[in-house]
Design a protein around this ligand. Structure first.
Ligand SMILES: Cc1cc2nc3c(=O)[nH]c(=O)nc-3n(C[C@H](O)[C@H](O)[C@H](O)COP(=O)(O)OP(=O)(O)OC[C@H]3O[C@@H](n4cnc5c(N)ncnc54)[C@H](O)[C@@H]3O)c2cc1C
Length: 375
């Protein structure tokens, strides 16, 4: 029976296995992409190793808006394929894959005008509901009157808001979800070691046949043999490509997103709120006895490991939220702030990060050994 504990004893065993076994797949990076790849490969019967140089979900995967959503704003960019795929996955997560972690969350889309905006937004939300197909894990959207809004969201400014449309998405503790996927991969036999950094690739001619990794606790170097090495290093990808002398087929643009955390008492509303901004959207998200409010979307070039929310980020979030809130929120209400870096595929020179694709990319910059389904 495989162990999914990921405890110190398991780490010692994992380090031994990294040094002595030959793997079908070695994955670099223990964010949600890496652990997802590990689970996918291990559950198909492949022998998998994953190394993460910090901790599981220590990078972007613990710093998101924590929403499992179809991406309502991508509908406005006519990206129906992306929205449909995301909605399908959302339904699966809420209904069968992780209903213990992924929970429905209602959002109010406040309306400033009685007819035209209601028709336009209502049509968009109807499309959003239709695109998920025939599964119905989450309720259908609902039109709410000005009177109803005054009772369920008294913090929304009555002088500006003429009603709202309530729709549903889902939310999850992103780090906990990533850890749950890592543990499930370990349960399927994946060898997972944190505080282990990939430093170099091992080559046989042109082919990559593994990597040299360092146990950051002991300083010991280990050579890992693998038929295929998959890099899931998020915003560290460009840095690693360069270090490993790989010419990738894409670049990663870093886009910083900040959030502020407020006490529940700061905003009186029974549901979350989504606001359109001039560049993107702002979410006011219920989070147990708190609110998470964000996010920003700005190009970033500094330290990847510890991105911080600046005064400007926080002011932007407060100003956007205060467009519709009464009483206004104040910097003194803030309990905490956090920032993360979106690893976006840089698909056009000079494109603003709000317009960059949220699609994933699979790149094969060096020849790989072909694996059959069972290795
Ligand atoms: C502000 C913000 C809000 C977001 N909101 C949402 C949302 O609501 N819903 C949603 O679905 N998505 C959201 N996202 C996107 C989502 O969070 C990311 O797409 C996802 O977390 C990226 O995961 P990843 O595994 O690719 O990267 P990461 O989580 O960054 O993982 C990469 C890992 O690689 C490791 N690594 C780097 N170099 C090495 C090395 N040499 N050796 C070993 N390991 C290494 C790093 O330590 C890191 O843990 C948001 C992102 C941001 C920034």
């Amino acid at each position: 029976m495989f162990d999914s504990q990921l405890n110190p004893a398991q780490r010692i065993a994992a380090l031994k296995s990294l040094a002595s076994d030959e793997f079908d797949v070695l994955i670099i990076g223990g964010g949600v992409t890496g652990v997802g790849a590990a689970l996918d490969a291990a559950s198909r019967g492949l022998k998998v190793a994953l190394v993460e140089n910090q901790d599981i979900a220590a990078g972007t995967s613990s710093r998101s808006s924590k929403l499992i959503h179809g991406g309502l704003r991508y509908l406005e960019q006519y990206d129906f394929k992306l929205v449909r795929e995301a909605l399908h996955e959302r339904e699966l997560m809420v209904s069968s894959l992780a209903p213990h972690l992924v929970k429905p969350v209602g959002f109010l889309y406040p309306l400033h005008e009685k007819y035209r905006e209601r028709t336009y937004v209502g049509a968009g939300l109807a499309l959003y509901d239709v695109l998920r197909g025939f599964q119905r894990a989450l309720p259908w959207h609902k039109h709410l009157s000005e009177k109803k809004i005054a009772t369920i969201a008294p913090s929304l400014r009555g002088d500006l808001i003429n009603g709202a449309i309530k729709y549903f998405d889902a939310q999850v503790d992103d780090a906990r979800h990533t850890l749950a996927v890592a543990r499930t991969a370990a349960r399927h036999g994946a060898i997972i070691a944190t505080r282990v950094q990939c430093e170099e690739l091992v080559r046989d001619g042109k082919r990559v046949v593994g990597a040299k990794v360092r146990d950051l606790n002991s300083g010991k170097k280990i050579t890992v043999s693998a038929k295929v090495t998959v890099m899931c290093a998020g915003v560290w990808s460009d840095e690693l490509h360069e270090k490993f002398g790989i010419k990738p087929g894409y670049k990663v643009a870093m886009s910083k997103g900040a959030h502020i955390v407020l006490p529940k008492s700061a905003i009186k509303s029974e549901a979350g709120i989504i606001l359109k901004t001039s560049v993107s959207v702002l979410f006011i998200i219920p989070w147990a006895d708190k609110w998470i409010v964000g996010t920003t979307d700005t190009p970033y070039k500094a330290d990847r490991t510890n991105p911080v929310a600046t005064k400007e980020d926080v002011e932007y979030i407060i100003d956007q939220a205060n467009r519709v809130l009464h009483p206004k929120i104040d910097a003194a209400d803030i309990l905490g702030v956090y920032a993360g870096l979106r690893p976006l595929v840089a698909n056009a020179a000079g494109a603003t990060t709000t317009k960059l694709s949220r699609e994933h990319t699979v790149d094969r910059p060096v020849p790989v050994h072909h694996l059959s389904r069972y290795g």
